[in-house]
Design a protein around this ligand. Structure first.
Ligand code: XMP
Ligand code: MG
Length: 186
């Protein structure tokens, strides 16, 4: 398992290992770089907290001048499914009018959280909005139009942790994406 041996007993299965993450993020960086012009004014918006490690690694693979910003949102609802009622805990700070916005997400599940964020940010008149997500659970999608422009990995409908993603705020510092043993959810 390499690093993070403190969590070894909790992990049932590794879904995406560290090298796979690194390789795919490098590809995503190239795809994103190729999709813009060299002099585009791009704001990279990290959706806290899950996307923080992805943002940090992805940004270094994008060969364009980008500005960093952060937004913290919380989705009300049962713990396993978001309701779409999204509360903005911390708004972004940049004025995005006339600028290119690249939203960086950890995972798109039902798509409700992202739909709310995109609808809200569209009212601020950015020049474009693109979305990059590390993970996608297409089987769970309720908001069908909420597909990302750039997608790291499609994963099955399993609750995953690591590389930014948490269970009760734990496991974010795992260097891979994995599934927890069932006994931990009780
Ligand atoms: P929706 O359903 O609105 O949800 O697309 C997106 C948000 O739900 C969280 N989420 C997860 N978090 N492991 C996690 O740690 C998962 O498997 C998972 N599935 C959804 C996440 O915060 C995401 O932004
Ligand atoms: Mg979470």
């Amino acid at each position: 398992m390499g690093k993070n041996t403190v969590f070894s007993d909790d992990i049932k299965e590794i879904v995406i290992d560290e090298q796979e993450l690194k390789d795919r993020i490098s590809e995503l960086g190239k795809e994103i770089t190729d999709s813009y012009e060299k002099d585009d004014d791009i704001v990279m918006l990290c959706i806290l907290r899950g996307a923080i490690l992805f943002m940090a690694d992805l940004a270094r693979e994008i060969d364009l001048p980008v500005v960093f910003d952060f937004m913290d949102v919380s989705s009300y609802g049962a713990s396993t499914e978001s309701s779409g009622v999204v509360r903005i805990i911390k708004d972004m700070e940049e004025n995005i009018e006339g600028r290119h916005l690249l939203i960086v997400e950890d995972i798109i599940d039902t798509g409700r959280t992202l739909k709310h964020v995109v609808d809200m940010l569209e009212t601020r008149d950015p020049k474009s909005i693109k979305v990059v997500t590390l993970l996608d659970k297409p089987d769970r999608r309720v908001q069908k139009e909420m597909d990302a422009d750039f997608n790291g990995f499609e994963i099955p409908d399993k609750f995953v942790v690591g590389y930014g993603l948490d269970f009760a705020e734990k496991y974010r510092n795992l260097s891979f994406i994995g599934v927890l043993k069932e006994k931990l959810y009780i």
